[in-house]
Design a protein around this ligand. Structure first.
Ligand code: NI
Ligand code: MN
Length: 226
C-alpha cells in the first residue's frame, strides 16, 4: 500500500489500483501540492470530522468520482444532503467496503460541521482505522491525547498523527500517543499549514526515538508500506 501526503491532514491510500482519500482539504489549503481536479480516480472518501480543513472538497469529489463518503452518521447525512453519496457509521463500528475495511475510533475534538447553518449535523469527531490488504493505517483525526489510543496497541502498521498543537496534540503528546499505539511507522501531520500550528517534525522524530520509524513527508511525497 502506498500513502501519499497532500498537505495538512490529507492522505491518499492506494493499493491494486483502488484509492481512498482521507480528509480532502485541497481548495484553500496553503500546504496542498495539488488541486482537487488533479487527483486520480477515487473509490472512497473518508472524513475524520466536519471542520473545514478536513471536510474540504469531499462533496465535490464524491460527485465527480461517484465515490462514497464514509463518516460519522451526522456528517455523512450532511454530505448526502449536499448532494454527495455517503455511508454513515459511528465510533466503534467497522464496515467492509470494496476498497477495504474502515473502523471509526474515538477522537477528542470539536464536532461542528462547516457549512451547516442549522447545527443539527454537529457530530462526534473520529479517528479512522483503514485496513487494506492486511495493512492497518490509523489516521487519528484532530484529537488530544486519549487513553483510548491504547486499545490499538500493536495493531497498527502506519499511524498518521497531528503534531501542530493548539487544536490537536503537540509534539510532546504526539510522542506519548505513539508510545500508546506502538505502530510500526509514523507520519506527522497537521502542522505548518499556518503559523498557529508551527512545529518541527525533526524534533518529533528525535523524541519518538526508537519507539517507531518516523517518516517526514513533504506534500506530494509518498510512503510505501512493505
Ligand atoms: Ni478540526
Ligand atoms: Mn484540523
Amino acid at each position: 500500500m502506498k500513502a501519499t501526503f497532500h498537505g495538512h491532514a490529507c492522505f491518499v491510500l492506494e493499493r491494486d489500483g483502488k484509492r481512498v482519500i482521507i480528509d480532502p482539504f485541497l481548495t484553500g489549503n496553503p500546504a496542498a501540492d495539488i488541486g482537487p481536479d488533479k487527483l486520480p480516480h477515487l473509490d472512497g472518501i473518508l472524513l475524520s470530522h466536519g471542520h473545514g480543513d478536513h471536510l474540504g472538497d469531499a462533496v465535490a469529489l464524491s460527485q465527480k468520482h461517484q465515490a462514497t463518503i464514509v463518516a460519522t452518521y451526522e456528517l455523512a447525512q450532511f454530505c448526502s444532503d449536499q448532494g454527495a453519496t455517503s455511508h454513515g457509521m459511528h465510533i466503534g463500528g467497522a464496515h467492509e467496503f470494496p476498497f477495504g475495511r474502515v473502523k471509526l475510533v474515538p477522537a477528542f475534538h470539536g464536532g461542528r460541521v462547516e457549512g451547516d447553518k442549522t447545527g443539527r449535523y454537529t457530530t462526534n469527531p473520529a479517528g479512522i482505522v483503514v485496513t487494506i490488504g492486511g495493512k492497518s493505517v490509523y489516521h487519528t483525526g484532530d484529537t488530544g491525547l486519549t487513553l483510548e489510543m491504547q486499545l490499538l496497541a500493536g495493531r497498527i502498521d502506519l499511524m498518521l498523527v497531528p503534531i501542530g498543537d493548539n487544536f490537536t496534540m503537540g509534539i510532546e503528546d504526539a510522542v506519548r500517543a505513539v508510545e500508546f499505539v506502538k505502530p510500526k511507522s509514523v507520519i506527522p501531520m497537521h502542522y505548518n499549514t499556518w503559523d498557529l500550528i508551527k512545529a518541527d517534525p525533526q524534533e518529533f522524530r528525535r523524541r519518538v526515538g526508537n519507539a517507531a520509524a518516523v517518516t517526514i513527508l513533504k506534500p506530494g511525497e509518498s510512503y510505501t508500506l512493505s
